[in-house]
Design a protein around this ligand. Structure first.
Ligand code: ZN
Ligand code: ZN
Length: 143
């Protein structure tokens, strides 16, 4: 692990009841176009994969189990979407819009591109993966 690559980032929800200190190894933002993320975020969910995350105001975080393997967090005071979290892991996908300084963030990947509706299109040059490609990457190997 290259320490210099690790970024320490501060963020907060709209009302400030939840504050976040996170470190991310890469500044790459992932945009997810899947149906669930768009319903939850009213648009693609754009998040930064963070390895260590500390929350202040934990009592103001609501958690909804959106699938067998993941939960989504939101501020119970203002409704800001906070994160997508693979349960039983340290990996938090923190909503990119929460960070105070977003100048170092770059969009590096778009996932579930086959679920994206027609009404918008990002001009960013990113890697793109369909839903099937994402599932194949994370599903346990077939034996
Ligand atoms: Zn809030
Ligand atoms: Zn999604």
């Amino acid at each position: 692990m290259n320490k210099e690559q690790e970024q320490s980032l501060n963020g907060k929800c709209l009302c400030g009841a939840v504050k976040i200190v996170a470190t991310a190894k890469k500044p790459g933002v992932i945009a997810c176009h899947c149906d669930m993320c768009r319903r939850w975020s009213a648009g693609p969910f754009m998040a930064l994969s963070c390895q260590t995350v500390t929350f202040e105001g934990e009592e103001n975080i609501g958690r909804i189990r959106s699938s067998d393997w993941a939960e989504r967090g939101f501020c119970t005071k203002c409704g800001s979407n906070l994160f997508y979290h693979i349960v039983e892991s340290d990996d938090y996908q923190i909503a990119a819009g929460l960070f105070d300084d977003q100048s170092m963030l770059r969009m590096s990947l778009q996932v579930f591109t086959d679920d994206k509706p027609e009404f918008y299109e990002f001009a960013n040059e990113t890697k793109k993966m369909t839903g099937a490609e994402v599932i194949a990457l994370f599903a346990p190997p077939q034996t």
